[in-house]
Design a protein around this ligand. Sequence first.
Ligand code: 6PG
Length: 261
Amino acid sequence: MSTAPQLVVHRDKELMARAAAARLITRIVDAQASRGSASVVLTGGRNGNGLLAALAAAPARDAVDWGRIDLWWGDERFLPDGDPERNATQARAALLDAVPLDPERVHAMPASDGPHGTDVDAAAAAYAEELARAAGPTDHGGVPEFDVLMLGVGPDTHVASLFPELPAVRETERTVVGVHGAPKPPPTRVTLTLPAIRAAREVWLLAAGEDKAEAAAIALSGAGEIQAPAAGAYGRARTLWLLDAAAASQLPRALYPPASA
Ligand SMILES: O=C(O)[C@H](O)[C@@H](O)[C@H](O)[C@H](O)COP(=O)(O)O
């Protein structure tokens, strides 16, 4: 079932990052209050890391019980462990090293110097198994029900490492796949697929900057998910687009009417 996207537009990307960080804290605290723990999927990219840095600086960050949270990734650049370009390395620098997480609950995607070596497809299959082990009997499609799954939106409408027209975005069975020949470097990546993304309770798409305006307009105007992967990213309970004014500047007026005078 697809949930209609809701849009929240902030003045600029700094405010967007701070507001999204505050929203994430609330969401995690609520999940921990109702179910004892929270499950969050992180995204790579400037917007995702901006949000994590804003969270690190937020006074309310200590409201989160960091030992009772599972962190997963929506995609990873298939590089050696600790490489500065890895999404996990960047997330650690932005936030994760500063909070008392349970290392057993930080589920980084495999690196290219890990147990599967440079076999990205084996690495993807191993991550799918890790997700399946964490899934409960009432969860959907071999992944735990993530409370919040975040995705940065690329200028070509890619999300995670699901690029327009490439095989990964067409995957309907597997939850995690290897990506070969991605147009955004590095070319080899690991990614959740659309079915895995759609198992999340809430999916948040982050888009800031003028270079995202066209992508947001296309994805929100009824484009197909093979051509515009962001259009296929939605959550079971909620789909939220978090934008800054520049990224919202080409949206159809019906979606984002100009502010009243
Ligand atoms: O590994 C990556 O590069 C990503 O996870 C990718 O999907 C990213 O989120 C978008 O390209 C948006 O990135 P920006 O926020 O930097 O524009």
